[in-house]
Design a protein around this ligand. Structure first.
Ligand code: SR1
Ligand code: MG
Length: 404
């Protein structure tokens, strides 16, 4: 069957009524387009009582149009990755009700009562238990797709299922190429121009990034979400499942440090944004401290949960025991910090910035926050192997970031 884009509300309603029984053929359904991402169309369908989400992937990038074609296989990958996450860490993703290959669309549960983590951080909301839950999510995702758990044949099948060349190419370009040279796609705040020019000439930095880039391109280590920034995480600290992770269309089997690194970076981007955001300096400073404490909690939770899973499920005689797990987690931390530095760079100099910093209206004040982002990125990329644990890093970051 050939692909047909949903072009009317009725198209979306017919799709939902054909493939689910949620609305019991109710005649009073409303459709709202709620997508605010760069790539796809997302609709909320409701009857006043119940609601669900429809996501459709077009054969190109939504914000660019047909000039940037993109494989629709990404929606198959997203549906499959969501199902994997549900299996690895039950309740951590919206339930998938239906995946439709012909329409390149997914129907899934509405997580409307959850709040976007980026927005919650930007509004300086208290988020008790969220960082620990993210640590559990990461540990489960990493462990159940790693050599510690999977058989050789299961791992090969997973790599094959998640071959995602178009989306990987986007990441290779927007993380590891554009922000390390004077690329036309870059978006450099004018007061930051001199710092950007120095960044592009820094050979020590680029050598450290080369190591990470080659890992990203060649190391098929675990199943990754592939775009685990705080906009891909929804939170409800009062709920049993405190986090819901969405949008794994960039999923592929890659280096284990990539997802934790991207997430850590987005917490740190918020921390830097707080330095020049609106509001009481004492409150902003206290929130920066709580972000650093969240990062310590996240890593502690990830490590503990990973150790627990390995002790319970690892069978391979060479991979059993705490020493090898400790060594694996130490390398994970080093790689995560490096990838965090790359994510902070691309969100500061590259094409896709983040609201945590962009909300600072005054260009000079924004450049000061962006300078802090680059200072932290420089520290993480060049010195990642020297940090023995997350508390050492958060202490070092604390010295670089301040409110005024
Ligand atoms: C051109 S697409 C840039 C970014 O949008 C997505 O949300 C991913 O983060 C991607 O890197
Ligand atoms: Mg996304």
């Amino acid at each position: 069957m050939s692909f047909k884009q949903f072009s009317t509300d009725q198209d979306v309603i017919d799709f939902v009524q054909t493939h689910t029984a949620v609305f019991n053929n109710s005649p009073d359904l409303t459709v709202t387009e709620i997508g605010d991402g760069n790539i796809n169309f997302v609709y909320r369908v409701g009857d006043g009582n119940d609601s669900l989400i429809v996501k459709q992937a077009l054969p190109y990038i939504r914000v660019i149009g047909e000039a940037w074609p993109l494989s629709q296989d990404r929606i198959r990958i997203e549906a499959k990755a969501l199902k994997q996450s549900e299996a690895f860490c039950p309740g951590s993703v919206p339930e998938v009700y239906h995946y439709d290959a012909a329409s390149c669309a997914i129907i899934m549960a509405d997580i409307g009562q959850y709040r976007n983590l980026r927005q919650a951080l930007t509004e300086r909301q208290p988020l008790p238990g969220v960082a620990e839950s993210l640590g559990v999510f990461l540990a489960s995702s990493l462990f159940y797709s790693s050599d510690f758990y999977l058989s050789s044949s299961a791992r090969k099948a997973m790599v094959q299922d998640f071959i995602n060349p178009d989306l990987c190419q986007i990441s290779e370009e927007v993380y590891f190429w554009d922000p390390f040279c004077d690329h036309e796609r870059n978006n450099v705040n004018p007061p930051l121009a001199a710092r950007a020019a120095a960044w592009w000439q820094d050979d020590e930095l680029k050598q450290a990034v080369a190591r990470l880039k080659m890992k990203f391109q060649s190391q098929a280590q675990v199943l990754l979400h592939g775009d685990l920034h705080t906009g891909s995480v929804f939170v409800d600290p009062a709920a049993e499942n405190k986090v819901k992770v969405i949008d794994p269309e960039f999923a592929f089997v890659g280096p284990a440090g990539f997802d934790p690194g991207v997430l850590i970076a987005n917490y740190l981007l918020n921390l830097a944004g707080q330095a020049r955001a609106e509001g009481d300096p004492a409150e902003r400073h206290a929130y920066q401290q709580s972000i650093l404490s969240d990062l310590n909690d996240l890593w502690c939770s990830l490590s503990q949960h990973f150790h627990g899973l390995a002790a319970e499920h690892t069978l391979d005689p060479c991979l059993k025991g705490t020493a090898i797990v400790d060594a694996w987690l130490a390398e994970l931390l080093t790689d995560s910090l490096g990838f965090a530095g790359v994510e902070m760079t691309r969100r500061t100099l590259g094409v896709a910035h983040v609201a945590d910093v962009e909300q600072i209206e005054d260009a000079q004040a924004r450049a000061e926050a962006q300078t802090m982002c680059l200072d932290i990125a420089d520290l993480l990329i060049k010195h990642a192997p020297q940090f023995s644990g997350m508390p050492v890093i958060t202490a070092a970051v604390s010295e670089l970031s301040f409110c005024r």
